[in-house]
Design a protein around this ligand. Structure first.
Ligand SMILES: Cc1ncc(COP(=O)(O)O)c(C=O)c1O
Length: 457
């Protein structure tokens, strides 16, 4: 066993040293939870904010696995990594894909950066020509942020986008929260954001790899180390959980295994088989498929049958929970920890429900992102950070068209804002949000008081 691994260190600690320090459970609180291994920074365990020992080794191992110069290990998710990267590298106007995660919007607000938007295509990707056009507006853009793969698994042309950014003296941050596994997935190894030339890349390890919830990585060029180290310390707890850090260690050890390639090959083959079976046998539903869609996401288009009700049937009749459901689709996430048995069980259940479905069949390529070209973005009258202390009044969302919102409103998941503070509520948006909520999708707002909206008085 390597002597720079965290779990053996924690186990050794648990068995020997008397903890006259934090945390209060003292590694002896009786519980089924891992109190025995609960530790924070100690001389033997290094310091996440200034790593020189076992955690520095952990960072180096992650950099080697993904092929980048510097990696920061995070215990507060892709959220913390995105906040840190924008804090360190943002300046002037922050150019972001409209389908960025809420944390990018929160970062812009905290750092008082004006936002400009790239409108995604209907599959959620950003075209290089959209980026090129955005740079013609004369704004000073130091950082651009896109999400690739999207929550649904579609991947943008990061090489072309990175080249445009470089040409305009800007840097590219790719939120690859959903793509940590791509570097190991046969056929996708060279399509990662690191390989395709992004400057900064965020991985939510826990989403698609075997690492505990909240674990994430931020990859960057070496000359950004000091600025990013500080930014990470702004957003990261000063008492990181070593249970989470040990799980990053376990995950990397899994990726470093001698037989890792065979394990990934097996997963890819099992995925290929289940996808083939669903393509061949579905009559009413349809499995989303595109050259730029990574295969680990099983996006089931349910056509005239409610995706929300299909998800409910999967849960109640087959004991299967999916990632999210919308009126016309549901998303099942897979990982290398699935196998032929689990994937086959999902396919059996879906095929049963497909056999019972009535009404319109699913279209081949429905819009995955609805605010594309034909559905323009709301008019931005103010930047979100300008309205923090603005006078407000509360109106029913149904009566809010034409008002200036003081809230973020989003459907969850995936947490992409449909409306921002400072935007004029467009005609039709309240009705669309009400319809989404009525169909069983969770719609949320900053105040938590949906379906009312706080607007500028
Ligand atoms: C695209 C995207 N980026 C970032 C995040 C935030 O990641 P985390 O949950 O690890 O904080 C999410 C979470 O769902 C996401 O979907």
């Amino acid at each position: 066993m390597r002597n720079d691994r965290l779990l053996p260190l924690l186990e050794r600690l648990a068995g020997t040293a008397l903890p006259m320090h934090m945390p209060g459970g003292k590694r002896r609180f009786p519980s089924a939870l891992p109190y025995r291994l609960d530790a924070t920074e100690l001389p033997a365990l290094d310091d996440l904010h200034a790593p020189t020992g076992v955690l520095r080794t952990l960072e180096r191992r992650a950099s080697a696995l993904w092929g980048c110069e510097q990696t920061f290990v995070m215990v507060n998710g892709g959220t913390g990594a995105l906040l840190s990267a924008v804090r360190a590298a943002g300046g002037g106007t922050l150019l972001i894909a409209r389908n960025c995660h809420r944390s990018v919007y929160n970062a812009a607000e905290l750092c008082r950066l004006p936002l400009a938007f790239l409108v995604p295509e209907s599959d959620g990707t950003i075209l290089p020509e959209t980026v090129e056009k955005a740079f013609q507006n004369g704004q000073n853009i130091e950082l651009m942020v896109i999400t690739s793969p999207t929550y649904e698994g579609t991947v943008s042309d990061v090489s072309a986008i990175a080249a445009i950014c470089r040409r305009h003296g800007s840097r590219l941050l790719v939120d690859e929260a959903h793509g940590s596994h791509l570097a190991f997935l046969p056929g996708w190894e060279d399509r990662t954001a690191v390989r395709r030339g992004a400057d900064f890349v965020v991985h939510s390890l826990h989403k698609t790899l075997p690492a505990l919830t909240q674990t994430a990585l931020l990859h960057a060029p070496a000359d950004w180390t000091d600025r990013l180290r500080f930014a990470c310390s702004v957003f990261e707890t000063s008492s990181p959980s070593y249970i989470l850090l040990a799980s990053v260690d376990e995950c990397l050890a899994f990726l470093e295994r001698d037989d890792a390639a065979a394990v990934w090959r097996d997963y890819a083959d099992a995925l290929g088989e289940v996808r083939e079976r669903l393509f061949a046998c579905l009559r009413h539903f349809r499995l989303y498929d595109a050259e730029n869609a990574e295969p680990g996401k099983l996006l089931l288009l349910t056509g005239g049958t409610s995706g929300v009700e299909t998800a409910q049937a999967l849960r109640e009749r087959f004991a299967i929970d999916v990632e999210y459901a919308y009126p016309d689709r549901l998303l099942a996430m897979t990982s290398v920890c699935d196998d032929r048995e689990t994937l086959g069980r999902f396919a059996d259940a879906v095929l049963t429900l497909d056999g019972e479905a009535v009404g319109e069949g699913a279209p081949e390529h429905p819009p995955l992102f609805r605010q594309s070209g034909e559905n323009p973005l709301p008019q931005a009258v103010f930047q979100p950070f300008e309205l923090r202390d603005a006078p407000s009044r509360t109106v029913p969302l149904a009566a809010s068209a034409g008002e200036i919102s003081l809230e973020y409103v989003w459907a969850y998941p995936p947490g992409i804002p449909a409306l921002l503070p400072g935007e004029r509520v467009p005609e039709g948006l309240p009705e669309r949000l009400h319809a989404l909520a009525a169909s069983g999708v969770s719609v949320r707002s900053s105040s938590g008081r949906f379906p009312t909206l706080s607007v500028l008085a």
